[in-house]
Ligand binder design. Structure first.
Ligand SMILES: [Zn+2]
Length: 445
């Protein structure tokens, strides 16, 4: 049994910032939150700055990090970007994937992320050949998260078709298990661990034939596991779905039992009013990925309307053009301002909740994302003396984190009571920039 006390100079307690808070932690959980603790108790670990619940990165494709700085330039569309992305996917092996993901998850820890949802579909060797361990790639990601000190929900993704029932081609062959039954058999071999949850994903209505959607939904239902799906990121997907099935992707998912409170639609960009009602009314979540959506010229999803209809919001850095959950949070609000030419669609507290508690819930970690007794001891501290955060702030609150700070201001990250980032340095991965550079270099064609 290990116990420890942290003294937080300032702590975000869900509704307000409290100065001087002692936090008792035992066996990876918070056992007591004691406000009005003016001075650090003897032996306490002192965290100067503003401590927040750990951040949840609810949508990640770790290997896309290798594309940063290369695919942002030039012209084209989502579809031309996808060709470059596929070429990188083709070069991954369990070893190179592990090295890259370890570095990317370490970058996330440095940005205050304590749990990642990895939307994982590079299952097999190029051409579709099975590895000796059919989950060698998924296990590489799980080991990477362990070594980087963060939690992972491996959203094992069914990717069976190049488009509405057409067989996978070329690069996509290594994504496919053949059919949803084979996907379920392989996914069922993955085991949860202390830092690991196993969830399911449907890549999209393009990549899973309609008559196999229910198999994936049932797999998640039986395990009470999170189920994620890329939904209406592109208008071309909507048009093809309408042509083939005579309904929108959201309607198709509803028809096949995919929507519900453990399901999260990722992007949810191009929706009809009925789609928004179906998503919100079923309690299906929405994961917005604003920095990726703007990079890929996707459009701006109706996050306000979705939330008003009952869809909880979470955030993800998706393609990792940027790994900064504060930027994702403020971008959601700022996108809406640009679109509507009015301000104040969310409070800073609501944006922070999307980046923490609601993101964790979307990944199956409902017991994380708050500084309260019983919660997992996952938190992160931002410095209040950096060039971005220094100065006499009129009001120290969530506004400071969401509208002033960046990932570079994260000074501490604690996961399950373990100090993973201390004074801005990763405790487990000694040189994260070097690890990233080496891992990306190994994948260059
Ligand atoms: Zn994605």
């Amino acid at each position: 049994m290990t116990s420890k006390t942290y003294w937080l100079e300032h702590a975000w307690l869900g509704t307000h910032v409290e100065p001087g808070v002692a936090l008792d932690v035992r066996d990876g959980r918070i056992t007591a939150v004691r406000p009005d603790t003016d001075a650090p108790p003897p032996g306490a670990e002192i965290l100067r700055g503003l401590t927040l619940p750990g951040l949840a990165n609810a949508h990640s494709h770790a290997f896309h990090r290798a594309l940063r700085g290369t695919v942002q330039v030039g012209s084209g569309t989502f579809w031309t970007w996808r060709e470059v992305m596929y070429a990188t996917a083709d070069r991954l092996t369990p070893d190179t994937y592990h090295a890259l993901a370890r570095a990317v998850y370490a970058e996330m820890a440095l940005a205050g992320v304590t749990a990642v949802g990895e939307f994982h579909y590079v299952h097999h060797a190029p051409g579709g050949t099975r590895y000796a361990d059919p989950n060698a790639m998924g296990e590489a990601l799980i080991a990477a998260a362990d070594e980087a000190g963060i939690r992972i929900t491996l959203l094992d993704t069914a990717y069976l078709s190049s488009g509405f029932g057409r067989p996978p081609t070329g690069h996509q062959l290594r994504f496919s298990d053949g059919d949803a039954g084979a996907w379920a058999a392989r996914s069922s071999l993955l085991k949860e661990r202390d830092h690991v949850r196993i969830g399911a994903a449907i890549h999209s209505v393009r990549a899973v034939p309609a008559d196999q959607l229910e198999t994936v939904a049932r797999w998640a239902e039986e395990r009470r596991a999170p189920l994620h799906v890329h939904l209406s990121e592109q208008t071309a997907e909507n048009e093809a779905c309408l042509e083939i099935h005579g309904c929108t992707p959201t309607q198709l998912l509803a028809l096949h039992g995919v929507l519900g409170p453990r399901t999260t639609g990722v992007h949810n960009t191009h929706l009809t009013a009925e789609d928004i009602s179906l998503i919100g009314g079923s309690g299906t979540g929405t994961c917005m990925c604003p920095t990726t959506e703007r990079d890929l010229a996707d459009g701006i999803g109706p996050a306000v309307a979705l939330q008003n209809e009952g869809s909880p919001l979470s955030l993800g850095s998706d393609s990792h053009a940027v790994i900064d959950l504060f930027e994702e949070a403020r971008a959601m609000e700022l996108n809406e301002r640009l679109r509507t030419r009015t301000r104040g669609h969310w409070t800073a507290a609501a944006l922070l909740r999307a980046a923490s508690a609601d993101g964790h819930a979307a990944l199956g970690w409902a017991e994380a994302g708050a500084l309260e007794p019983g919660a997992l001891a996952d938190f992160t501290t931002i410095a209040l003396d950096s060039v971005r955060t220094a100065g006499p702030l009129p009001r120290l609150g969530a506004e400071t984190a969401v509208f002033a700070a960046s990932a570079a201001d994260v000074s501490h990250t604690v996961v399950a009571g373990r100090h993973v980032v201390r004074d801005g340095a990763h405790s487990l991965v000694p040189d994260v920039p070097r690890a990233l550079a080496d891992a990306v270099e190994a994948l260059r064609g």
